[in-house]
Design a protein around this ligand. Structure first.
Ligand SMILES: [Zn+2]
Length: 237
């Protein structure tokens, strides 16, 4: 065999081997992605779906997924929600509507001011650990009454002081910041709660550490219906 032919043969063998290697790597990647989906461990696709659903809400062109009788029956066997939403109880921010989701899609924890005390943390831990939900969204909103009450200060009756006390750290942090004090407090409240969840021992912090859980902050606009996603590095370290 001439030197040139030898080189050609060597070259084509190399190309075949590289192609085979690339193919195996692709198969490994596809298998890993499939496994991530199977385990419900795909925060990225869950976030993509929520963003798309919010676009439907903004344009009022809903697809109303997963609201059939068949879906209802299918869920009797169990639930695998792809996102936990910790949002305010405010009647204007219903997660299934603002994200255009259906039955079995969202594990929703709602409490005024979207605060995270032990009871809320336990609910989130249940979804993250036992239902393997890969994404948590902490969602504040424009003109939040609970945050406004915390900003206004003064006397509050009943059990309200407990709620206002939970929001006060964000209000204190917003002091001196330029811009609207309520809106700043809403954003800071979300950021501080995101950080609280990310560092919550022993369950959530471990899941975050092992890449099995992603926690993001968001603020909902009553005006436009749009979600503003907070930068994931914005949370205080
Ligand atoms: Zn609110």
């Amino acid at each position: 065999m001439s030197k040139r032919n030898q080189l050609q043969t060597y070259g084509s063998t190399l190309v075949r081997r590289c192609t085979a290697l690339a193919l195996s790597l692709t198969l490994v990647a596809v298998a890993a992605a499939a496994m991530a989906l199977e385990n419900g461990r795909d925060a990225e696709s869950a976030l993509r779906e929520l963003k798309a659903g919010n676009q439907h809400h903004v344009s009022h062109r809903y697809s109303h997924p997963h609201q059939s009788a068949a879906r209802q029956r299918e869920l009797v066997a169990g639930q695998h929600p792809h996102a936990v939403i910790l949002s305010c109880s405010d009647s204007r921010v219903a997660p299934e509507i603002v994200f255009d989701q259906g039955l079995g899609d969202l594990f929703v924890v709602r409490v005024a001011g979207n605060v995270a005390g032990d009871v809320e943390l336990a609910s989130i831990e249940y979804a993250a650990e036992h239902l393997e939900t890969p994404l948590v969204v902490v969602m504040g909103h424009q003109k939040c009454g609970a945050v406004s009450a915390a900003v206004a200060g003064g006397e509050a009756g009943g059990h309200l002081p407990a709620l206002i006390g939970a929001i006060q750290p964000a209000v204190a942090k917003a002091n001196g910041q330029a811009g609207d004090r309520v809106e700043n407090s809403v954003r800071l409240n979300v950021e501080m709660i995101v950080e609280r969840l990310r560092t919550s021992q022993p369950v959530l912090a471990e899941l975050v550490h092992h890449g099995k859980l992603r926690i993001v902050g968001a603020v909902y606009s009553l005006d436009s219906g749009a979600i503003t996603w907070l930068p994931e590095s914005a949370a205080p370290q």
